[in-house]
Design a protein around this ligand. Structure first.
Ligand code: ZN
Length: 301
């Protein structure tokens, strides 16, 4: 099951306690579903749980029989719920303060009663027209609606409850979306998909550890390359001195370093310094090795 379906399933499993909030959720599901007009009231969803929630809520809240359920075989299996009787459709519209002759579908604020009703409405809307991208791929949560004015109302409502929502269009739909992992985690938690929000945080953490590790490995191997290169040059210099004038030609304090480097080609400067008596700092060793390199260079002239 996709990340989005999991999140929706989690939201669908919980029902608001208060009647006003259950009404607001039913309103969100009806209004943002497939169709909400005198000609057609319907929902199409891949999730049987969401179709069940829709049927149950709407018949109870509007006091009408359960919508008729069909299964549509498209690219995926869709569960379709429809209110077939025109009188029942009218009852549902009127229950939420909508009339037959409305030109454009708007959010009727009279259906949002208590402080928690906005949340309930948004839960209903997300269940029927929302989606959230798998955090492994991207951070994106959206509501897709065919009605422009309703999409503006949804945008306003999301901003009122402090989500940084934006809008765009895609294939004839109006998209209201939220970007950014933290805002999406907050939104999922707000809508009641706590497990999905936690999963998202987990994925994010693994991603960041993976990135850090890669960065560190790259950095370490670059350092190792540098160490190996430097040691190679130092060994070449010592060999050259041995072959031309002998190590004894070096000043005394350089002879020890030259010998230690020759015997321990793999050691870091710090470790080389610790072999000295008395021990020498990393920069002290480096300084002496630079002088050895210089000495070898001058032998050519
Ligand atoms: Zn309420």
């Amino acid at each position: 099951m996709s990340f989005s379906s999991e999140a929706k399933k989690e939201i669908a499993a919980e029902m608001p306690d208060k009647l006003c909030c259950r009404t607001a959720q039913a309103y969100g599901m009806l209004q943002c579903g497939h169709a909400f007009s005198t000609a057609e009231i319907s929902l199409q969803t891949e999730s049987e749980e969401i179709a069940d929630t829709y049927d149950r809520l709407i018949s109870r809240i509007c006091s009408i029989p359960r919508p008729v359920r069909d299964t549509l075989r498209r690219r995926t299996t869709l569960h379709q719920s429809r209110i077939l009787d025109p009188a029942h459709r009218m009852a549902a519209l009127e229950h939420f303060g909508h009339s037959a002759g409305e030109v454009s579908l708007r959010l009727n604020r009279a259906n949002l009663d208590c402080d928690a009703c906005a949340r309930a409405y948004l839960r209903g809307a997300f269940l029927v027209c929302g989606a959230v991208t798998d955090p492994e791929r991207d951070y994106h949560l959206e509501f897709a609606l065919p009605h422009y004015n309703l999409s503006r109302d949804l945008l306003t409502l999301l901003r009122e409850v402090d989500f940084p929502a934006k809008s765009t269009t895609r294939g004839g739909n109006y998209i209201v979306y939220i970007k950014g992992s933290e805002a999406i985690e907050d939104c999922l938690t707000y809508l009641g998909a706590t497990r999905a929000a936690l999963e998202m945080m987990g994925v994010k953490m693994v991603k960041s550890i993976r990135n850090d590790t890669n960065r560190r490995i790259n950095c370490e191997s670059a350092n190792i390359d540098k160490t190996v290169m430097a040691a190679g040059n130092q060994l070449d210099a010592v060999r050259k001195i041995q072959e031309t004038c002998g190590i004894g030609a070096l000043p005394e304090e350089l002879q020890t370093v030259a010998k230690l480097r020759w015997e321990n080609p793999e050691l870091s400067l710090r470790d080389l310094g610790e072999l000295m008596e008395p021990p020498l700092s990393r920069s002290g060793v480096n300084h002496r090795l630079q002088r050895i390199l210089k000495f070898a260079e001058n032998l050519e002239n």
